[in-house]
Design a protein around this ligand. Structure first.
Ligand code: BES
Ligand code: MN
Ligand code: ZN
Length: 506
């Protein structure tokens, strides 16, 4: 999809479909719909529909007009944004996505968006429209033989004449990079495990790195064992598929006068279980097919590294993905086994299905040995997080208030929803082992937090954020603005975090 910005009078824009938004300024009893853009031509074209109540401003209502009177556009699409009072970039993202998904099945290949006034400014509006459009342009039906290509060819954003074109143009470019990267992550997550083994995931990451100029190292079983990654290897040992440790390096460029800063170094560590059967503590058959998405945290890191490479922030970032299957076999680890992690900590395996924390334990420790001063991990880690927050919020944990504040500021820009969950030391008491330092599960209660404190033992003193995306990485039902399937959650927040971090650290 191409994106472009023009400054023009919307009535004069020749396009297959002009998109405008309507909001409800009234009360619950009496709606007062109005377009978000004050423009006599546009308002004239929809006047009848507004007075008849056909356009109500209700969220995600989509009204399509052909040959709109007084406009050069072939069609005018009016998308409802809901109550004017609560209209923010969150609603605008969804409204823009709804617009795309409304016209794509009609084989309309290009459209032009008007920019609504947002309290947070027109840059925020442009970013939301473009990112929302990319998210909407993704279909998960890769392997259907009757697949139709509904993809959009081009979107145009119409800036009001006079506003800072340069800034908006840059915003649009950046939003395109972020939207494409989120969809790259979704492509990876969508792949079934027979078409995306750990080796293939590593190769895809490497190819991406080569295309954007990142250094990428891939390590196999020998290297993983040589580095004494006993926790990671304990999961990998049960599978006939080889594991891969994927390490992607982003180095900011500098000049002689202003060399790139050596610190901070951000480590992004992702869980890359390409299929989670549970291992010897095997999962029930019902719904097990979904466990192909157990590499969504790893895929989010790969997508984020792509965006970072293209956006070029002045911060060092290292992306690490621990990729393996979790399988039962004659070589698989068993409940009761004791494993020694790379950090030297001993772990009693209670349940082989709690494998994510094992691979991340070594991933986090390895990131520290590479000199990371700050850490973020992302993982489809626990069913307990799904129980607590459903598909609405992802879980976020942090061992440091500063890094958590940066992360919440990133959320305000990305529009992704995360909810903080606790890391009290009492949860650590729940995973004490009688034979080893810790156990890999802590019983039935507080499962998201016992998993998180397990990871905290390996982040140690390094400021660290843990993202549990088990409930949000896969969307079960189609929505008007996004297809069911992989969501690409965390990519945008990670990228915004790095950009935020750049401002603070330089
Ligand atoms: N990959 C799962 C967590 C998961 C559950 C992801 C549902 C997506 C949707 C993880 O490896 C797992 O199996 N966790 C167990 C841990 C338990 C054995 C302590 C769980 O949450 O049931
Ligand atoms: Mn598991
Ligand atoms: Zn898992």
């Amino acid at each position: 999809m191409d994106t472009r910005l023009i400054a023009a009078n919307p009535a004069e824009v020749e396009t297959e479909c002009l998109v405008a938004f309507s909001l409800d300024h009234g009360s619950n009893k009496k709606p007062e719909p109005a377009l978000t853009i004050k423009h006599p031509g546009l308002e004239g074209a929809v006047a009848e529909l507004v007075s008849s109540g056909e356009i109500s401003g209700k969220a995600f209502e989509a009204i399509l007009l052909h040959h709109p009177r007084g406009l050069k556009a072939k069609r005018l699409l009016v998308i409802g944004g809901g109550k004017a009072k609560s209209f923010t970039h969150l609603e605008l993202r969804k409204a823009a996505g709804t617009a795309l998904r409304a016209i794509r099945p009609k084989m309309i290949k290009s459209c032009a968006f008007t920019i609504p006034d947002l309290a947070t400014g027109s840059e925020d509006a442009v970013r939301s429209i473009v990112e929302g459009a990319y998210v909407a342009d993704f279909d998960p039906d890769t392997y259907r033989s009757d697949r139709k290509d509904f993809s959009m060819k081009e979107i145009t954003v119409i800036a009001p004449a006079g506003v800072g074109q340069g800034k908006l143009q840059r915003t649009l470019e950046q939003a395109r990079i972020i939207g494409e990267s989120q969809n790259f992550t979704r492509e990876l997550v969508n792949e079934p495990s027979n078409r995306l083994t750990p080796t293939m995931l590593a190769d895809r990451a490497k190819k991406m790195c080569e295309s954007v100029g990142l250094k990428c190292e891939l390590m196999g079983p020998d290297k993983i064992k040589e580095m004494k990654m006993g926790a990671f290897w304990s999961v990998a040992q049960g599978s006939d598929e080889e594991p891969r440790l994927i390490v992607m390096h982003y180095e900011p460029s500098g000049t002689q006068e202003k060399p790139a800063p050596e610190r901070p170094v951000l480590g992004l560590v992702g869980k890359g279980i390409t299929f989670d059967t549970g291992g010897i503590s095997i999962k029930p058959a019902d719904g097990m097919e979904k466990m192909k998405y157990d590499m969504a945290g790893g895929a989010a890191m790969i997508g984020a590294m792509r965006a970072i490479a293209l956006l070029k922030p002045k911060v060092k970032v290292i992306g690490i993905v621990c990729a393996t299957e979790n399988m039962p076999s004659g070589k698989a680890q068993k409940p009761g086994d004791v494993q020694i992690a790379m950090s030297g900590k001993s772990i009693e395996i209670i349940n082989t299905d709690a494998e994510g924390r094992l691979v991340l334990a070594d991933g986090l420790h390895y990131a520290r040995t590479l000199g990371c001063t700050h850490l973020i991990d992302a993982a489809t880690l626990t069913g307990a997080c799904v129980v607590a927050l459903g598909g609405v919020n992802a879980g976020v944990f942090a061992n440091d208030e500063d890094i958590y504040q940066h992360f919440t500021r990133a959320l305000a820009r990305s529009g992704e929803k995360f909810w903080r969950l606790p890391l009290d030391p009492e949860y650590l008491d729940m995973i004490r082992s009688s034979i080893a330092d810790i156990m890999n599960t802590g019983g039935r209660w507080g499962g998201a937090s016992t998993a998180a404190v397990f990871l905290k033992e390996f982040a140690e003193e390094t400021p660290w954020v843990h993202l549990d995306i088990a409930g949000t990485a896969w969307i079960d039902d189609n929505k008007s603005w996004i297809a069911k399937g992989p969501s690409g959650i965390a990519v945008r927040s990670l990228v915004e975090f790095v950009r935020m971090f750049e401002e603070i650290s330089n």
